[in-house]
Design a protein around this ligand. Structure first.
Ligand code: PGA
Length: 257
């Protein structure tokens, strides 16, 4: 059986006191879950506190971004060295909101991925086409560009540590997720692209980790997680309410392949 992944991006939805309250509820109820990979991504300001609260649970804590520089005159940035001091394990890189509002490019994403891997953080690397690109049948072209640029200079062993989060921009923050069959076909494409990229170095049975994000909810999580090429889900709004979180957690546990 595969070990499914259930990750949560808290974005800027919680102020610190709310994030702490939420983390305490998760810590109170969560048991040790060995057969599922769990992480949450709070704001920088509360990372240390949430990390302490969740220390004895199976939920790892990650940042939503980081600098590709370690130190220096980079006002407003956060270094990987600070994340390591806080015992942070994951870092989200290249979310479409960061690409759209904060001018992240494939090139800066490539530098961040390399820095994260150098320091043994698990990158949650986001990719996905926007509505216009989808309507013009450019999904595969966009994904190919995003993946190839971002993985430049990254070897197969590091690529296997990355969680690839397919998040079609048009499905984020909406009432419905992308159609499950569409996601499965797209994941299949991403998987074959990765296998092709690393074809001389990948052995049979070795796999890349692919999760889906974009309006995942208690309604659609089971259908998504059942698909052979969907290794996990990445959830925003539906994970912010503790009841929703625990419901989705059970769905992922009960429907893993
Ligand atoms: P959503 O966000 O679940 O609120 O649509 C998903 C994401 O952006 O990762």
């Amino acid at each position: 059986m595969k070990r499914p992944i259930f990750g949560c991006g808290w974005k800027m939805y919680f102020k610190d006191s709310e994030a702490i309250e939420h983390a305490n509820i998760l810590a109170d109820k969560i048991s040790v879950e060995e057969n599922i990979e769990l992480y949450v991504l709070p704001s920088f300001t509360v990372l240390r506190e949430v990390s302490k609260i969740l220390k004895d649970t199976s939920i790892s804590v990650g940042a939503q971004n980081m600098s590709w520089n370690e130190k220096g005159a980079y006002t407003g940035e956060v270094s990987v060295l600070s994340l390591k001091e806080m015992d942070i394990k994951y870092v989200e890189i290249g979310h479409s909101e960061r690409r759209k509002y904060f001018a992240e490019t494939d090139k800066t994403i490539n530098k961040k991925l390399k820095k994260a891997l150098e320091y043994d953080l698990v990158p949650v690397f986001c990719i996905g086409e926007n509505a216009n690109e989808k309507n013009n049948n450019l999904t595969e072209e966009v994904l190919t560009r995003q993946i190839q640029n971002a993985l430049e200079g990254i070897g197969v062993n590091d690529a296997k540590k990355i969680i690839f989060a397919y998040e079609p921009v048009w499905a984020i923050g909406k009432s419905d997720a992308a159609n499950v069959d569409y996601v499965e076909v797209t994941h299949k494409f991403i998987r074959s692209l990765l296998r092709f990229n690393y074809s001389s170095q990948i052995n049979d049975g070795e796999e890349f980790k692919l999760v889906y994000g974009g309006s995942v909810s208690t309604e659609n999580a089971a259908d998504l997680i059942e698909k052979p090429n969907i290794d996990g889900i990445f959830v925003g709004r539906a994970s912010l309410d503790p009841n929703g979180y625990f419901e989705i957690l059970n769905i992922v546990k009960n429907n893993s392949k």
